[in-house]
Ligand binder design. Structure first.
Ligand code: MN
Length: 203
């Protein structure tokens, strides 16, 4: 069974103007789809065909197969990113809210996400993670994914230029502010915190 392109969990215009329909059409329909297609092309006819995406990522890392790793990890990262975004602003609650209080409060956490996202050099991702109940903000470069993090991922924001250039041109901080203030899916983060394990790509 091939890896499938996870559908967007909302309409293409649902995040506008922070992220426009045009950006989502290209980012999901072209970039993400290409990562899926290249992953499937790499495993077709091999003993990896039929494996879960997480198994493909682990196998690519074990074999040092950079091509498969980049495409499989980017397939995973983008699906996690779509789920990390919400059409409507949300507020953290329950155990997540308590963990955010322990971090220093929601404003401090938002500021740390914005600062690390803006400061990240070139392409990559900024993550909210948890380890032993303690929240942290972490960064990964290029296609690097959950396997490079110290903690379990709760949320991610794409820092590649294709994520924001059509809407915010070179001003990455504007994209980050619009996403962090209005479109983070705190309920997805709370579900990941409650599960205590790395989210699974839908089969
Ligand atoms: Mn992307």
């Amino acid at each position: 069974m091939a890896i499938t392109l996870m559908p967007l969990p909302y309409a293409e215009d649902a995040l506008s103007p922070a992220i426009s329909a045009t950006t989502l059409q290209t980012h999901h329909g072209k970039h993400h789809k290409t990562y899926v297609d290249r992953t499937n092309a790499a495993i077709e006819g091999t003993d990896l065909a039929g494996k879960s995406l997480e198994d493909l990522i682990a196998a690519a890392e074990a074999k040092g197969d950079k091509g498969l790793f980049n495409n499989a990890a980017q397939t995973w990262n983008h699906a996690f990113y779509w789920n990390s975004l919400s059409p409507a602003a949300q507020a953290p609650s329950g155990d997540l809210a308590a963990a955010i209080d322990a971090f220093g409060g929601l404003d401090a956490l938002k500021a740390e996400l914005a600062a690390q996202g803006a400061g990240h050099f070139a392409s990559g991702w900024v993550w909210l993670t948890v380890k032993d109940g303690k929240l942290a903000v972490e960064q990964t470069h290029d296609a690097a994914t959950y396997s490079s993090l110290s903690g379990t991922p709760l949320l991610v924001i794409d820092l590649w230029e294709h994520a924001y250039y059509l809407d915010h041109r070179n001003v990455r901080p504007d994209y980050l502010k619009a996403v962090i203030d209005g479109h983070l899916a705190w309920d997805f983060a709370a579900a990941n915190l409650a599960s205590g394990s790395v989210w699974s790509y839908p089969a």
